[in-house]
Every structure is written in structure tokens, then in C-alpha cells.
Design a protein around this ligand. Structure first.
Ligand SMILES: [Zn+2]
Length: 322
């Protein structure tokens, strides 16, 4: 908020100060979990913005962007405050686990806003929301393709039904600067969905993937978050002019109907027609088992690039144009 002390997970930060610390997640067992947190408390009043990386622990460009933002944002230029959690899922980061927290096998981005009496991942989600998201006015969650996923950068926001919140989220998505914007209506416990449902404008942004820490993907996140901070008045100046956005009304996920070795026939960002062949399964001897067709006409947003696919695993997602 600026002009007042902020407390996040036991880290108390006076106005005009920056502090680094840890949010302790209480799980009732000996093995606790902690999340790094940086609070930049501006000396002038303004909104509080929460920025997270590492909700999925192997999405490295978002983690790196959050760390760099936490080191470059200075209290003297910030109006309001910025609360940055560079790595939410530390256990997944340490274990290089895809999708889920290895401690309980739960995908944290399906259980927001969490449950303080639930499994460890649900408690982590609840702690993040209680300590950081609930005391913020807006929320930016930095993601990318996971270790086995390639993607074309895109931004997601949730259509919650609250017109003012939805408009604010859409505007944040547009100023972030990534061309592809997906409006999500399904409720799946996503960070941005839970935040919007509690009245906090929010976006989830995807850049990079496949376990690669590449500079262009980091820069997309840093530029995007900086644009949103300018748009919200936390930083001085105007957001950079963004490319004309392409809006998707929803996306269609394709899950594997059988396991095998998957050979994709498309790449991310490619336009596909409904029922177009997007890949093929072969068995362990190289014999073709099944062709895979696109569930819809649109743009391939992400693609699982590991050939090891099990029944029920996601394969790709197609963004469907407005
Ligand atoms: Zn993710």
C-alpha cells in the first residue's frame, strides 16, 4: 500500500523499504515447506501487486523474471507495493517435478485458493493466497511450458462474471504485450481464476518451456510485468505499445486415448483445422498404433514434446479464436 508497514509471512517491511524472507507453510509435520518472498514497499501510496513464479517448479523463465524483478524494483520508485514470490513450489523446483508437488502428487494450479486443512499442496495454496494474494489489488502469475512442454507465449485471464474485475484482468492481459490472449471460463482451481473469483484482477502468463532458461522468454515476462506495473501506476511511465492482440474464446485440450511413443506432426503456434492429423502413436517396435486428430480449428498453444505419453496425459491444446 505504501505509507505503512506490510507483513507477509512474518516478514515486516516499513514504508520505503525492501525486505527478503520466507513464508513458512505450516503442515503439522516436522518437514515444513517455505517460499521465498521479497516485499518492495514503496514510500508513496498506491496499489499492491503480487507477482509469483515457480507455481510449477520447472518453469524457469518465469522464476528468473520474478527474481530479477525483485532485485531491480526499488522502493523509491514504487508507488504502493510489490510482493514477489519467485518460487512458490520449492519442492517441485528441487525435485525437477513436472505438473505436481512430489510431496503429495497434487498440481497446485488446480487447487487454488487452497484449503488450510488439506494436503500439503492445498495448504501451500491457501498460505500463498492468505499471505500475498488476498492483501494485493492485482495478481500476475508467471508460467511457461513445463519440462516436457513447448508453447507459443500466451496470457490467460478468467471471466469471473464480475464485469469490473474481468475488464481489469483483460486490460492487464493486453498491456502485458503477448499477442495471444485466452479468456478462460472453466473453473479448475487456477491461480488467476481463484484470484478473480475473490475480486482481484489477475493474469497467468506463459513464456518459454522444456526446462530451458532462455533469455528471450525471461525478457517477455520482465517486459510484460513491467508494463502491467506501469499500467497500474506502481511504476512511472506508459506501458510499451503492444502488438495487436489475438483473443481466444476458449481452448480445447487433447488428452491421450492410449499410451505409446508420440510423434507430433505440428509445432506450437501452428494453425490447425478440426480433425487435422496432429501426430501419431507408435508402439515400442515402431509400428503405428493410432493417428491423433486436432479437437478443433485454431492455433496450437502448447505441445507435449516428450515422446513418452501415457493414457490420459495431455498432448496439446488448441486456442479457439473469438
Ligand atoms: Zn505452469
Amino acid at each position: 500500500m505504501g505509507e505503512g508497514e506490510i507483513k507477509v509471512g512474518g516478514v515486516a517491511v516499513a514504508s520505503g523499504q525492501i525486505a527478503r524472507g520466507r513464508i513458512q507453510v505450516e503442515v503439522g509435520t516436522a518437514a515444513g515447506v517455505e517460499m521465498p518472498v521479497v516485499v518492495v514497499n514503496g514510500s508513496r501510496p498506491g496499489p499492491t501487486v503480487c507477482i509469483t513464479g515457480g507455481v510449477h517448479g520447472a518453469e524457469y523463465p518465469g522464476i528468473e523474471a520474478a527474481i530479477r524483478l525483485s532485485r531491480s524494483l526499488k522502493p523509491e520508485v514504487v508507488r504502493g507495493a510489490v510482493i514477489i514470490i519467485p518460487i512458490v513450489s520449492v519442492p517441485a523446483f528441487q525435485r525437477r517435478a513436472i505438473y505436481v508437488n512430489p510431496m503429495d502428487g497434487v498440481n497446485i494450479n488446480r487447487v487454488f485458493p487452497g484449503n488450510p486443512a488439506g494436503t500439503i499442496t492445498e495448504v501451500m495454496a491457501a498460505t500463498l493466497f492468505r499471505e500475498a494474494v488476498a492483501r494485493s489489488n492485482a495478481f500476475i502469475d508467471l508460467h511457461g511450458g513445463d519440462l516436457v512442454e513447448a508453447l507459443v507465449p500466451f496470457t490467460i485471464y478468467y471471466q469471473s462474471g464480475n464485469a469490473a474485475v474481468d475488464e481489469a484482468s483483460r486490460k492487464m492481459a493486453e498491456v502485458y504485450g503477448i499477442k495471444y490472449i485466452l479468456r478462460s471460463m472453466a473453473i479448475r482451481g487456477g491461480s488467476y481464476q481463484a484470484a478473480a473469483a475473490m475480486g482481484k484482477p489477475a493474469i497467468l502468463t506463459e513464456s518459454g518451456g522444456q526446462g530451458i532458461l532462455d533469455e528471450p522468454s525471461v525478457q517477455i515476462h520482465i517486459r510484460g510485468a513491467t508494463n502491467v506495473l506501469k499500467h497500474l501506476g506502481v511504476l512511472e511511465g506508459q506501458p510499451e505499445a503492444a502488438e495487436r492482440p489475438v483473443h481466444f474464446s476458449h481452448s480445447s485440450w487433447l488428452a491421450a486415448e492410449q499410451g505409446g511413443i508420440f510423434y507430433p506432426a505440428v509445432t506450437v503456434g501452428q494453425k490447425v483445422a478440426k480433425s487435422q492429423v496432429v501426430g501419431e502413436f507408435r508402439d515400442w517396435f515402431g509400428e503405428p498404433i493410432a493417428k491423433v486428430e486436432s479437437p478443433a480449428e485454431g492455433i496450437v498453444l502448447f505441445l507435449v514434446t516428450s515422446p513418452a505419453i501415457n493414457k490420459g496425459d495431455p498432448i496439446l491444446s488448441v486456442g479457439i479464436l473469438d
